[in-house]
Write a protein that binds this ligand. Sequence first.
Ligand code: 5GP
Ligand code: ZN
Length: 114
Amino acid sequence: MQDCIFCRIISGEIPAKKVFEDDRVIAVEDIAPAAPVHFLIIPKKHFVNALDLDPSDHELIGHVYQVAASLAREKGFAESGFRIVSNNNAGAGQSVFHIHFHVLAGRHFAWPPG
Ligand code: 5GP
Ligand code: ZN
């Protein structure tokens, strides 16, 4: 989608610090990090959010979690702990309407979240 920031990052039109990429997802550092480690795993296919997923997309979301876990191990924050967060719609804090999963680590995270 031409007016979608994340589609434009995926196409390379907007630069981003890439952490990982394969045929289905890209992971980039968040432009406004909320923790010492903060990157976004973004499916390459444009979905608005979880409400936009079909049963045939479930394997893709499982893949996102596998990528998050393998990056957590590779980057050394698996044991200390990390968050995988996806905000759905504006009331929950979604500001970019292309599905994405925040991966946050490197500090203590309170519960419940704000
Ligand atoms: P949301 O608010 O939708 O849950 O998350 C969107 C995230 O995208 C925010 O944490 C924001 O900092 C990040 N973001 C917005 N624009 C850009 C951008 O152009 N590049 C990168 N790398 N991150 C962005
Ligand atoms: Zn998009």
